[in-house]
Design a protein around this ligand. Structure first.
Ligand code: GDP
Length: 200
């Protein structure tokens, strides 16, 4: 289940521009600053997987990376730029809606949630939207190493609270994994999880 090779394939502005082949894919989604780049680099065990989405002008694109020539990791635009004025906030749902609803090869969305802060409405809204539309998700809690610090920084509590809030909207609770790009926690578990879903 290890990642041996990652190759950037293309950036697409719409779902219909995405690569057309049968290979399964996982989309990575989360608030900006959630730790997406760090996680992808930890998964690939290298620092060079330059995320195209971080480059100016490429932020609103769907970016396909081919892994081991057999499956895709898809970097989606982050949502909820906390520091941006309302007008500059990304309308992530309208932009990515077409992708989620029309991408037949999508195995699951890896929804990244920052475990070092209490549940955020925007993340819950996102999870609920995906749930309502029957898009399979895996909750990937990031920054689980951040145990020290104030009351807000308690991953176990934050995760528990997030899941309680989600339970109301999901009949079956989605799979979830605790990760840290600093300690490597959850890395192998996540890779194994993805390989199991691919072969399902
Ligand atoms: P992105 O905007 O979602 O791609 O987030 P980045 O990967 O750039 O990370 C945002 C910030 O969170 C950076 O300052 C990272 O160093 C920090 N960060 C990311 N992952 C972790 C983690 O697992 N643990 C800790 N403690 N910090 C992290």
């Amino acid at each position: 289940s290890q990642i041996k090779e990652v190759e950037f394939v293309k950036s697409s502005a719409r779902a219909k521009d995405c690569p057309r082949d049968e290979r399964p894919e996982f989309a990575i989604l989360g608030r900006s600053n959630v730790g997406k780049s760090s996680l992808i680099n930890a998964l690939a065990r290298k620092k060079e997987v330059a995320l195209t989405s971080k480059k100016p002008g490429k932020t609103q694109l769907i970016n396909h990376f081919l892994v081991n020539k057999s499956w895709y990791l898809v970097d989606l635009p982050g949502y909820g730029f906390a520091k941006a004025p309302d007008s500059a906030r990304m309308d992530w749902s309208s932009f990515t809606k077409g992708y989620f609803l029309n991408r037949e090869t999508l195995v699951a969305v890896l929804l990244l949630i920052d475990a070092s802060i209490p549940p955020q409405k925007i993340d819950l809204d996102c999870a609920n939207w995906l749930g309502r539309n029957n898009i399979p998700i895996t909750l990937v809690f990031t920054k689980c190493d951040k145990m020290k610090g104030g009351k807000r920084t308690r991953p176990d509590e934050n995760i528990k609270n997030f899941q309680e809030l989600m339970r109301q909207n999901y009949r079956e609770h989605p799979a979830w994994i605790m990760t840290s790009s600093v300690t490597g926690l959850g890395r192998d578990e996540l890779l194994l999880h993805m390989s199991q879903l691919r072969n399902y």
